[in-house]
Design a binder for this molecule. Structure first.
Ligand code: MGD
Ligand code: MGD
Ligand code: SF4
Ligand code: MO
Length: 675
């Protein structure tokens, strides 16, 4: 930190679940954070941050920050609480958890946490405690499970390409990713590429902010990416544009995919993707002629019943084009995979006596309302499931159960927090020390606190270390300090440059992974090869192929709920984080003007989206940026207290085809005016 009079500046890292993990500088005056700015020394994020985070100081010092433990005094979900001391809070925690364990067994306790804070220490701070307790486990699938499963199926442990390579690309393909909203620091590399004559192609069912700024936009049908990518490979084969020699040398299993594409007619690829053969042939030629092609693949396109298959097919296309070979402007980036640490050294699964059953976090609603044996204690931290989980209508029903003891540890009064029995105040990242890696680039850093904990807030780490002590757990992980935990994790980390030392870099120093490969093949390091086909997963097709849609193709749901709905992120929210800034705001829904006329809906009007799960209220925005029959509702805005109209109320708990991932972009709904 540097100090002049009462003003202190400290380097820190954005902890939010965002691929960019920005380097930042916090300015503190008289103990208050007065500004957050981008750190110009950060090699990838290079000195700017998004508008959401520029406003973060308001959140740290705002009147609605949770600063003290509180206990419920009103009815469940009513949001009435009374302040208590930490002594009382620990007492309630230890007693109530103890009672549940004694009466029903530890598997009546469910932790629910995700990545509200991506710091490696604080994100995984509770796992050791719940392993030791013997609680139910949580399958952490809500974000990238399908994408990750699909990548490793074909690429093994290969990392992605460094994003900086895209600056030299002749063609950047943004495939199911809204760069200008969810990955804003990639954009300057797009701008650089365009200055040198490069072009941006966006493939998405609606013309999102990135599509509006692109050179070319391709409106694929939702869930139609596998058909499109496979159709492009088929076109390359038919046009004689595939370099067989290279594929035989560098990859395995291509012949099986080739045979499949040869015997499958064009109509399946055209119908599923919504893109005609002629257009696919044109694009295939263009891809073949442009060696400097960079695929930036999003996680968004995996949030449907064919999501894993979409990634598999796109990766197969990338391999046919030779994009895994590396070289100037050429690459494939889904998730960076920049540092390979052993997460057991953060979570300590060895503390568990025996393997206990797990709950897929996407199906929290089902687990709370129909899980057998029943869950009697729910411990939520780092997450806001009543906004971000699918089928929030059912989640709410579960949270309102009178025989459920719910603890919520958070910084603000989220919709989930309103349903707590015991509410615990969490620090923000500005009050913690932690280690941050990234999933959209290849740098890591450590941040020190720039202010002390506010009020009586405590970090996730301190919460669970203290609670473990009070429960009488005294194994070594519960006696670790933050520094010891970081050092333990770094010890086995691959990708860490030697200058990191044993304790990691000094705060404010950014280290680049040695796995960032800017020249050769992405497989060079591990000696693996791209596998087009493999038989090691008997329940999954051996190679990428056409597959059937789930809810979108369901004939019964189709007749009752004519519209397809996507629910992607909003520029001003981070999942549901910052919802407190928009009280009473319902968010918009994009409707094609012809659909709006047919439904009798006018611009700006409040409309109801409903299905067999629930209903959501949004403001109509008429636009040809979406396709006919397709509605798009950006953003997990909170709803007014006690209301059951959050957008994820209509989203399904059904799982994607791989990895147990979510299907947020595959709900059928009906549309009507709200009057
Ligand atoms: N501002 C902001 N930034 C964020 C977030 C946020 O909420 N707000 N969330 C963060 C998190 S946790 C994550 S995981 C990332 C996610 O960021 P992304 O990987 O960008 O994923 P999404 O934003 O869900 O979806 C991206 C695009 O995929 C499109 N899509 C949906 N279905 C399909 C399909 O079938 N095919 C194709 N081709 N496209 C489809 C959507 O319309 C959307 O435009 O963003 C992170 N960054
Ligand atoms: N419809 C739809 N739903 C989605 C998505 C989508 O694209 N569409 N995206 C999905 C994705 S990709 C994800 S990753 C999930 C994310 O879902 P969640 O993990 O529930 O993420 P958030 O909604 O951001 O809520 C994070 C919460 O953690 C709190 N928090 C932040 N830091 C700390 C801390 O240090 N300690 C504690 N105790 N709490 C903290 C924040 O205040 C916030 O309330 O949402 C999913 N939901
Ligand atoms: S949310 Fe993303 S873009 Fe914004 S400051 Fe954090 S890491 Fe950077
Ligand atoms: Mo995510």
């Amino acid at each position: 930190m540097t100090q002049t009079e009462a003003i202190v500046r400290g380097k820190t890292v954005c902890p939010l679940d965002c691929p960019d993990s920005c380097g930042m500088i916090a300015t503190v005056r008289d103990g208050r954070v007065v500004s957050l700015q981008g750190d110009p020394d950060h090699p990838y994020t290079r000195g700017f941050i998004c508008r959401k985070m520029r406003r973060y100081p308001e959140r740290v010092h705002a009147g609605d920050r949770l600063l003290h433990p509180q206990v419920r005094t009103g009815a469940k979900g009513e949001g009435r609480f009374a302040r208590i001391s930490w002594d009382e809070a620990w007492d309630i925690l230890v007693t109530r958890l103890g009672e549940v364990v004694q009466r029903y067994g530890a598997t009546a306790v469910l932790p629910y946490a995700y990545a509200g804070n991506m710091g490696m220490v604080n994100r995984f701070a509770g796992h050791s405690f719940f392993y030791r307790l013997g609680s139910l486990r949580l399958d952490e699938t809500i974000c990238s499970a399908a994408a990750g499963a699909a990548w490793s199926r074909h690429c093994g442990s290969a990392p992605g390409s460094p994003p900086e390579l895209a600056a030299d690309a002749g063609l950047i393909v943004a495939w199911g990713i809204n760069i200008r909203v969810t990955n804003v620091h990639f954009w300057p590399y797009v701008v650089e590429a365009r200055k040198k004559g490069g072009r941006l192609l966006v493939i998405d069912p609606y013309r999102n902010a990135t599509g509006r700024a692109a050179d070319r936009y391709l409106a694929v049908k939702p869930g139609g990416d596998a058909a499109l990518a496979l159709g492009l490979i088929k076109a390359l084969l038919e046009e004689g544009l595939v370099d067989r020699q290279r594929l035989v040398r560098d990859t395995t299993g291509f012949q099986r995919l080739e045979e499949y594409l040869g015997r499958t007619g064009w109509s399946g690829f055209e119908d599923d993707s919504g893109i005609g053969k002629a257009q696919m042939v044109d694009l295939a030629r263009e891809l073949r002629e442009q060696p400097r092609t960079f695929f930036r693949i999003g996680i968004g396109l995996t949030r449907n019943s064919r999501g894993g298959m979409a990634v598999r097919a796109i990766l197969s296309l990338a391999a046919v084009l030779g994009l895994f070979q590396g070289g100037p402007g050429r690459g494939v980036l889904l998730s960076a995979g920049a540092f390979r640490g052993n997460r057991d050294l953060l979570r300590f699964p060895g503390l568990a006596g025996e393997e206990t059953p797990s709950v897929n976090m996407i199906q929290l609603g089902q687990a709370l309302t129909a899980g057998r044996p029943a869950i009697h204690a729910l411990f939520v931290y780092n997450a806001n499931p009543l906004s971000a989980c699918p089928d929030t209508t059912t989640v709410r029903r579960g949270l309102l159960r009178s025989d459920l003891f719910t603890v919520v540890h958070d910084q603000v009064m989220t919709p989930t927090a309103r349903c707590a029995d015991l509410l615990l105040p969490a620090t923000t990242f500005l009050e913690n020390r932690d280690l941050y890696t990234a999933y959209g680039h290849f740098h890591l850093g450590i941040a020190d606190p720039v202010i002390p904990p506010q009020g009586e807030a405590i970090s996730n780490f301190d919460l669970f270390q203290t609670l473990a002590g009070k429960m009488g757990f005294d194994e070594a992980p519960f006696r670790q300090t933050v520094d010891e935990r970081i050092a333990g994790y770094l010890r086995e980390m691959e990708g860490l440059p030697v200058e990191a030392g044993t304790g990691g870099p000094a705060a404010g120093q950014w280290l680049r992974s040695t796995l960032a490969n800017t020249r050769g093949s992405l497989f060079a390091r591990d000696g693996g090869r791209f596998a087009f086909a493999a038989d090691d997963q008997p329940l999954e097709p051996p190679f990428a192929c056409l597959s059937r849609a789930g809810e979108f193709a369901d004939p019964d749901l189709r007749s009752r709920f004519p519209f397809k709905l996507l629910i992607p992120p909003h520029a001003d929210l981070l999942n549901s984080t910052f919802g407190e800034r928009y009280p009473g705001v319902s968010g918009e829904v994009l409707i094609h003007p012809e659909d709006a006329i047919a439904a009798g809906v006018a611009e700006g009007e409040l409309v109801v989206l409903e299905n067999h799960r629930g209903q959501a209220v949004r403001r109509a925005r008429l636009s040809t940026d979406t396709q006919r029959g397709l509605l798009v509702a950006e953003g997990l805005f909170w709803t007014a207290a006690g209301e059951d109209t959050a957008i994820n109320g209509v989203a399904s708990q059904k799982l994607s085809d791989m990895g147990g991932g979510a299907t947020f972009h595959e709900s059928r709904v009906a549309l009507r005016g709200s009057r």
